[in-house]
Design a protein around this ligand. Sequence first.
Ligand SMILES: Cc1ncc(COP(=O)(O)O)c(C=O)c1O
Length: 516
Amino acid sequence: MDGEIITSLPMFPDPAEPITISSAGHKDIKAVDMLPACASPCLDSSAISISSSSSDEHCCDHPDCNSWGPATFEESGAVDELLDAPDVLKLPPHYDTEQLVRELAACTTTDNAFYVVDLSTVVSKLNDWKKELPRIKPLYAMKCNGDAKICRLLAKAGVGFDCASKAEIAQALSLRVRPDNLIYANPCKQANMLRYARQVGVLKMTADNVEELHKIRDIFPEARVVLRIAVDDSKSVCRFNSKFGCPPQEWDAMFSTARELGLNMHGVSFHVGSGCGDLKPFADAVSAARDAFDLAKSYGFSPTLLDVGGGWPGHDDGDFTFKDVAAVVADAVDHYFPASSGVEIIAEPGRYFAHASHTYAVTVIAKRPLSCAQLADTAEIESFGARPTKDTEETISSSSHADDGFKKAEASENQPEVALYINDGVYGSFNCVVFDHAHVRPMVLERRSGARTVATKLFGPTCDSIDVVMPCTRLPEMRVGEWLWFRGMGAYTRCAASRFNGQGEFDIHYVWAGMP
Ligand SMILES: Cc1ncc(COP(=O)(O)O)c(C=O)c1O
C-alpha cells in the first residue's frame, strides 16, 4: 500500500474520545502490575495444598467488581499506542468498509490479497463483555487468531490468554501477561510443553483423563488442575466431545486419582462447542459444572475456579446475539455460583473477539467456463471440503444439496457455469470453509451495469482440485483482475493457513476507528 490512501482518508477526530470500559477505578496501571480492585485475594489454597510460584489475586466478594484490567482503555495506554502507530490507519467511527477496501484495492501495487484488520472492533467487543459479564474474566483463546496487534491490545486491557501450546504461552508472556492470567487449556499436553509451563509458572491447566493426571504429577505436580468436563455439544457447528471432555461417569476416577497423586483440583471447565446454535447448552453446562464442583468437594478438594470456555458468537446475525448468551450464562452463574461462593469465573472466548475484526479482499486471477466433463468430475472431490452455502441453496434452488451440504452436486440447475480462480483458497485463509464449517459470503467490489448474474464456482489458487472455496454461488459476471471481498474473516482463518504451493500470501492493513 502506498501512503496516499492514509492521508486521503479522514483522521480519527479526537484521540481523547472516551472509550470507556466500566470497572472499578485503576489509575496508571500497567499490564504487568495490574492489581485487583479489591485487595483481598480469596482463593482457598485447597484441601491438598501445593506451593505456587505465582499468585491469583481477584475479588470474589462483590458481584460488580471487575478485578481485572485497567478501568478504561486510556488508562491502559493501548489507545495512545495505537494512535501513535504509523502502521495503523486512523478512521472516523462508522467509516464505510466497502469504500475503504475499494480505495486500498485501487492503490495496491500488487494484486495480493489483503486483510483490513479493524482493531476498534476488538475494543467494542471488550466493552460489551465488561458490560454484560462483569463477573467473568475473558482469557482470549489466541488459537483463533494470534495477530500480534490484537493480542497486544487485549493484553494491555488486562485480558488473559487461553494457550494451547508452548508457542502460545511464550507469545502471551512476551506481551508481559502474568502467568496467572494464562490457562494452559489443552487437556492433552506434550511433555516438554508441560515442562515449559512449569518453568515459566503457568499453573492453571485443563485435564480430562487419568493418564494426563499422571503426566502432570510427574512433570508439574504443583499445577492447578482444572477438570474439563464433557457437556452437550450437539447444537454446535464445531463439536469437541469426540476428542475432549470428561464424561460424568469418569469424574469419580479423575477425582480419586487426583487425590492419590496429591494433585490440586483447582476447578472445572467446559466448552459447549464452537458456533453453538442454542442457548440451553450454556445454562446446562454451568449446572453440570456445579455437580462436578460438589463431587470434587466430596473428595476433599476445594475448587475455586469455574471456566465457562469458548463458543461465544462472533456476530449477532444468528438466532441469538452475544447479549442473549451472556444473559443466560450470567443467570446460570449467579444461580449455581453466586458471588458469595467465592468462585473465580473465567471464560475462553476466541471467535467472539476476532470474527468481526478482519475483512478480506482477494483478486480473481483466472477464469474459465466449466465443461460438462469438469462438472462430472467434481462430485467426488466435493464430498470433502467446501459446501454449498445457504445462499446457493436458496438462490440456485438445490434439492440435492439442501439436506446434506457435503453430498455431491447432482442437479444440473445447481451447477456452476463459470469458474473463478482467486488468490487464496482452502489451503490458505479459506481453510475455515473446511475446518470451521464457515459459510463465507463473497461480495463484488466493482459493479458493472448490465453484468448478468452467473452461477460461479470459486477455486483457490493451488494446483489441487479440492481447493474449492465455494462450489456454486451466484455472482455478477466478473473479469480477471477484479476483487471479491468477505466480511467476518477474523476467526480460524489466517491462523490455520498454509503456504501450500507457495500461495496464500496476503498484506495486512490495520485500522483504528473512533468508537461510536
Ligand atoms: C479449549 C478451547 N477454548 C476456547 C476455544 C475458543 O472457542 P471459540 O472460538 O468458539 O470461542 C477453543 C476452540 O477451539 C478451545 O478448543
